[in-house]
Each structure stands twice: as structure tokens, then as C-alpha cells.
Unconditional design. Sequence first.
Length: 189
Amino acid sequence: MRRKCIFLLLLIGSTLAVPLYALPSTETDYIVSGYEIVLVLHELLFVFWLGPDIGVYIWGHKAIKPDLTVSQRVTAGKMMRTIDLMPRICLSLMLTVGGILTEVVGIEHPTWQMVGIVLLGPVWLAMVLISYFREGTALGATVARLDVWFRWGLILAIIVSVSYSVGTDRLVAAPWVAWKLLIFAAVVF
């Protein structure tokens, strides 16, 4: 358990260990703005979500080849499970960071919606981590089932939110936000 916690901290720390002073800035004195920090975090979440997810998918197809031994398949399965934690973490934080980013660029949210956006990431992240680290226990199974229902609810909420926002012209200045949200809803599983 201790090794898993250390691994998780290293994994999260490596994602967040971007030297902010080295980031390009639009300001002349090279002070990084809040927008730039949130934008880089959003891009990092996307890269660390999609990259390992594709890797797990590819390894999943390689692991079923008949020329591999049982031991090699078991090892591949363990590796895929470990690697799969990173995309799950990034996926759980993506909507929160994206929502903050849209707020920063001028797409305002009602207070209740912004509170929901900000709380979404930590709550979903907690479910992901509990279901991962407590796999094989009653708590892990319960949280994993809850996570599935949560994702279905999230898909429905995204579709309703996008429909409302498009219908009320909230996204006229940034129609790409609607498409990004709908694509996210389509790939959340």
C-alpha cells in the first residue's frame, strides 16, 4: 500500500512539476498569468489522459496474442492496470480545469454552476482513487459502481448543459466549447 501511495504521489507530482517560470508569457516581464497556468494544466491533462490511454489500448491488443506465456500476460495486465490510473486521474480533473479555463477566457458561469465545476474534480478524483486502491474490497466495488452511475449522470448533465447554453446563445463567442464538451461526453467511458 505504501509503494502505491508513493507511486501515486510521484505520478501526480511529475504531472504538476512544470517549471512555471520557463513557460512562455504574453507579458513583457515574463510573469506567467493565471490563464497560462490553467491552459498548460488543461493541455497536460489532455496529453496525460490520451497518451497512456492509447498505450493501454495497444498493450491490451498485444497481451491477447497467443504467443505470449501466461506469466507475460499477467505482467502485461498488471502494467496496464498501473498505467491506466493516470488517464483516469486526468479524466476526472479535465472538466474542472476546462470549466475554470472557460471562465478565465470570459465565458461566465452562474455561481452555482461554478461551485459544481470546481467540486467536480476533487469528488470524481476521490472516487477514482478509492476504486483503484480499494479494488477487491466491498468499498472499492461500491465506489466503482457509483463511478459508473456518476459518469452516466455526467453525460446527461453535459448534454443538457450544452443544449441549454447553445439554445440561450451563451456559447456564441466560443462554439468550440460545446463541441469539446460533447466529445468529452462521448468518450467518458
